[in-house]
Design a protein around this ligand. Structure first.
Ligand code: SF4
Length: 369
């Protein structure tokens, strides 16, 4: 298949791996953070790490929107569904993520809350259209990639006068999260020599959104596609930058990403959504300007205003190391719960539930203890 098979070609992979092995200096380490869970899964699914020299390690970053969503937001969603008796619609990945008190959206559904899995915002709009006397809330989550469909849903709801539809907005922004990781100079901060930058996110916000990494932090960043050869070529580009002492923003995924990104989608997002002053990220804490809420001009479609709830502060599950895994400080197998009490069938943390989570990648592709 065009644009798929050619980026999984094993002969080409061996050539790139050989170039990397030739070009790395044997007397130094190369620690490359892949920001996105999509990269993490490509690395493990295709055995990319095994093709790398010993002194080149991939460090896993926080690029999984389900994994970084704090428990309190799932608690809030459950409270909206059960206290206000609305229909809550969301993507399948979120259904089993642990909430407080061993709850989850799936368990709340089993206990009677009307919580439904949908494949798109259009499904949620259709549910609202079919039951005009019943309130339908879309639990919106994701990085910049999945934000435009939420913006379209808000615009559609207003255009159609759908007064029984609203959005519980949890969209987060990747540049502030990356900035927070790079600003973290604490004792246990992960050492990073270069970054594989988000690809699908960059199709929306453009590669220029990451220029600050080289400018302010003196680190090379390569926007990297999600296929195995994309990841390997990006690693080679980073190795070359590091060896040459360059600290540039480069774009390996030029078949889809431009410097400015999708300006139409950006305009739509600006019209319907607004930045939050601060938002909590699991593992990274409260980060300024790192998330979006429904814009004031769309307040009638904002579930947080329409269905206020109070939830008690949540606590992470004891022993779950998701916060450290998300900051690249620990590998999933360093967690004592990995493969013992925590597995995809019985997930203790979001990193094991989400299809993009690092713990799920280790589990699925054989990195067990
Ligand atoms: Fe959390 Fe499970 Fe990953 Fe441990 S293995 S960090 S408990 S999700």
């Amino acid at each position: 298949m065009k644009f798929i098979d050619e980026y999984r070609d094993s002969a080409l992979a061996r050539n790139i791996a050989s170039a990397i092995r030739t070009e790395v200096h044997p007397d130094r380490d190369y620690r490359l953070m892949e920001f996105c869970g999509g990269h993490t899964h490509a690395i493990f699914r295709y055995g990319v790490q095994d093709l790398m020299p010993e002194n080149l390690r991939f460090v896993h970053g926080p690029g999984c929107p389900v994994c970084v969503l704090p428990m309190a937001r799932i608690d809030q969603a459950i409270a909206i569904a059960s206290q206000h008796r609305v229909t809550l619609c969301t993507y399948g990945d979120l259904m089993r993520v642990p909430a407080s008190e061993r709850q989850s959206l799936l368990k709340a559904k089993a206990e009677g809350a009307d919580i439904r899995m949908v494949y798109s915002t259009q499904d949620a709009l259709a549910i609202a259209r079919a039951a005009p006397d019943h309130q339908v809330v879309f639990f919106a989550i994701g990085f910049e990639t999945t934000t435009p469909p939420t913006a379209v849903a808000l615009k559609t709801a207003r255009a159609e006068g759908l007064s029984n539809f609203s959005v519980f907005c949890n969209h987060v922004l990747t540049p502030p999260a990356l900035r927070a990781i790079l600003n973290d100079s604490g004792q246990d901060a992960a050492r990073i020599d270069g970054i594989l930058g988000p690809s699908h996110v960059s199709t929306i916000i453009g590669s220029a959104a990451y220029a600050f990494v080289a400018r302010e932090h003196g680190l090379p960043l390569v926007i990297a596609g999600f296929e195995p050869l994309d990841v390997m070529q990006s690693a080679l580009m980073l190795v070359r930058q590091i060896n040459q002492g360059r600290r540039d923003l480069e774009n390996q995924y030029s078949r889809a990403v431009s410097p400015a990104g999708n300006t139409k989608a950006q305009a739509l997002m600006r019209e319907t959504l607004a930045p939050r002053e601060t938002f909590e990220w699991r593992g990274l804490g409260w980060l300024p300007d790192s998330a979006l809420r429904v814009a004031d001009t769309y307040a009638d479609w904002d579930a947080e205003q329409r269905f206020p709830v109070e939830v008690t502060p949540s606590r992470e599950i004891k022993g779950c190391e998701c916060p450290k895994v998300l900051r690249g400080l620990l590998e999933p197998t360093d967690c004592k719960l990995f493969g013992t009490v925590c597995s995809p069938e019985n997930p203790m943390g979001a990193c094991m539930v989400s299809s993009e989570g690092a713990c799920a990648a280790y589990w699925s592709y054989g990195r067990s203890r």
